[in-house]
Write a protein that binds this ligand. Structure first.
Ligand code: FEO
Length: 397
């Protein structure tokens, strides 16, 4: 993808990764991009680099605008390798006057690249550097997504270069939000939030409060993945506010893994009870749904009802995978219940309930266990569980 002028004398010079499909466990079925930005000013400045393997894209794009040797400052908003993988090669090529990062960024760059001799300049929230006609203010954003993360804000252009925050994993020939369908884009932003940012929701709330407090005027948000919010920066800020409050709808997910369809029969009966009582319900069979798509729906679901058959005194492996992934993402304010069929020992329901307790779900029911194949009475208990969860959701809503 060729460079694109985001603002006068500020260019997108990143790379589009059309073919990536797995981002450490997150299914990125539409690829991604690694955005880097070049500001042409008295001090020519490169904001972030790209993932190793995309050197020709980055260097080729920079060369279309300027000789890379003319870059003076290299700003590292985040050290994770999808943005800093090329820093060592860029630093060799450019010999920058300064490598600007947070204090933690300096530590992490040293831990990754072991280059004591680089011209680091550590900055903190509130620090500003002049590039000439424009300046860059820094805002540390610890844990969004790593301890080293920070934003770069250019007040003259009201441009926020936001690193991982507000991104989407989406490969596209378009670079701006107004060039694509907004609901599609927000869907990708929600999936990104649910699978990456969710555990740091409390920090997002603090950051948004800080942005309001300092009265940051934002016309454009340029994240390091996906499209640039040129028309709707307020829209993505509003969504981050909602998502980080973990507000939920009268919506329940029924997620199951089944051996011989008995647990599946129970899952469908639970959905029946939910729908009968007016809750929105979504049914997920783990053998045909990816964990990261399910987590996207967890974002605004008020209840998570989880079932597994028992296998070898435990739950089925896909369920163990999902619960492990979900625990790490720390969803909050959920109602939970477990169910499942078994042959002779039946530990799965207890294990799932314990996992939900560890995630601080409100457990509404001790769980429904059925030996082998459910009979009408068993399915009625499942319908009743669905009804009970729906009533509880409505009471909360
Ligand atoms: Fe896109 Fe945390 O790296």
């Amino acid at each position: 993808m060729p460079p694109i002028e985001v603002f006068k004398d500020i260019y997108w010079v990143g790379a589009v990764d059309w073919n990536i499909r797995d981002f450490h466990g997150y299914s990125v079925d539409k690829g991604s991009s690694y955005n880097a930005f070049l500001a042409i000013d008295d001090k020519v400045t490169l904001f972030d680099t790209v993932k190793r393997g995309f050197k020709n894209d980055l260097i080729g794009n920079i060369r279309q605008i300027i000789d890379p040797a003319e870059i003076d400052y290299l700003i590292v908003n985040h050290v994770e390798m999808d943005h800093s993988g090329l820093i060592a090669e860029i630093a060799d090529l450019v010999q920058p006057e300064k490598i600007i990062c947070s204090e933690m960024g300096k530590k992490n760059l040293l831990a990754h690249f072991h280059k004591e001799e680089w011209p680091y300049e550590a900055v903190r929230t509130g620090d500003t550097i002049s590039l000439g006609k424009r300046s860059v203010q820094f805002i540390e954003t610890r844990m969004l997504h790593w301890p080293d993360s920070m934003f770069s804000y250019i007040p003259e252009d009201r441009l926020l270069i936001s690193s991982d925050a507000f991104g989407q994993h989406l490969a596209s020939s378009e670079r701006f939000d107004d060039e694509v369908d907004l609901s599609m884009l927000l869907g990708h932003a929600a999936k990104y939030y649910a699978n990456i940012i969710l555990p740091y929701s409390a920090l997002v709330q603090k950051l948004l409060a800080q942005v309001r407090e300092i009265g940051l005027k934002i016309d454009i948000i340029a994240p390091d993945h996906g499209l640039i919010w040129r028309k709707n920066p307020q829209k993505i800020l509003e969504h981050y506010d909602i998502w980080s409050q973990q507000k939920s709808k009268v919506k329940a997910l029924v997620i199951y893994d089944t051996m011989w369809h008995s647990t599946e029969m129970m899952a469908k009966a639970i959905v029946e009870g939910l729908v009968e009582q007016g809750a929105s319900a979504q049914l997920f069979d783990l053998s045909s749904n990816h964990r990261s798509d399910i987590i996207t729906e967890v974002l605004d679901a008020g209840a998570i009802i989880i079932g597994s058959s028992t296998l070898n005194n435990g739950m089925l492996p896909h369920m163990a995978d999902l619960l492990h992934y979900m625990r790490g993402l720390r969803p909050a304010k959920k109602i939970g219940a477990a169910f499942g069929s078994y042959g002779w020992s039946g530990e799965a329901v207890k294990l799932i309930t314990t996992a939900m307790e560890e995630m601080k779900f409100e457990i509404l029911d001790p769980g429904i266990k059925v030996q082998y194949v459910p009979q009408d009475d068993d399915l009625k208990r499942c319908v009743d569980l669905g009804r009970k969860v729906a009533r509880s959701l409505k009471k909360q809503g």
